[in-house]
Ligand binder design. Sequence first.
Ligand SMILES: Nc1ncnc2c1ncn2[C@@H]1O[C@H](COP(=O)(O)OP(=O)(O)OP(=O)(O)O)[C@@H](O)[C@H]1O
Ligand SMILES: [Mg+2]
Length: 267
Amino acid sequence: MSKVQSSKSQTEEKQAPSDTAQAAASDRGPWTLDFGLERKIVDFGLRVTDLRKSFSSPGGERIEVLRGVSFSATAGECVAIMGSSGAGKSTLLHLLGGFEAADHGTIVAGDFPIDVAKRSALARFRNNRVGFIFQFHHLLPDLTAAENVGLPLMIARTHRSEAIRRASQALEAIGLGSRVSHLVGHLSGGEQQRVAVCRALITRPQLVLADEPTGNLDTAIGDDIARSLIAYAHDNRAVVMVATHNRGLAEICQRILSLRDGRLFDV
Ligand SMILES: Nc1ncnc2c1ncn2[C@@H]1O[C@H](COP(=O)(O)OP(=O)(O)OP(=O)(O)O)[C@@H](O)[C@H]1O
Ligand SMILES: [Mg+2]
């Protein structure tokens, strides 16, 4: 049985860029997070086959982190990846988003072959289709919340004033309307994490990779973010992959995969 909470009709084909977002302007979620570009909604799946990745340690020996990871995720699905610290969760998400190259294996996201794509096509794919919420959010502390959220739009050549306008709407939709012009370095951890969620989703990506999106957050906000991501996957026919140590968060996802000894197991 689906545990998804939908925030709007799944049959809707298009969504205007977000005057509707204003309606959800609340400090508590779940929030409607599809505040990005107008986009035709199409089913988007992820297929991963025999992924391997190793690193060399300073002593010269190889650390085999992923030793043959295979799985698929279907459109609308939110999948949790659990595993002890150092198991390779962040490594896997970095490979899935094309931020690092695998040693072996294939990754097909939608109809895009991430593992063999040329650098420029990969950069375009990442900017348009992938939203990454980093484990340590990687926001720019000396920019405002709206500037941080608007950056992916500016990189995609949206005019700065339009990018800031849309970023401000997104922040409003996630309950941070009063923090739009604050420097990110002056925001609380929970507020920063919500800014990071907005930045990841502002382009309305179809693959969302969330690395401990609720780490260090109070449980209520963490739960709100998780439920919002689950609804986002469902409403946008997207795939959301969430690496987490938080069992409660994992259990509200449709599926839990466990990463152990370099391989993924269904839980
Ligand atoms: N660039 C790198 N060079 C060398 N070793 C690396 C590199 N990146 C990751 N590793 C090693 O790979 C292993 C997996 O790291 P990873 O960050 O993927 O774990 P994780 O499951 O995300 O852990 P955590 O739950 O603590 O975030 C670790 O032992 C780490 O030290
Ligand atoms: Mg990690």
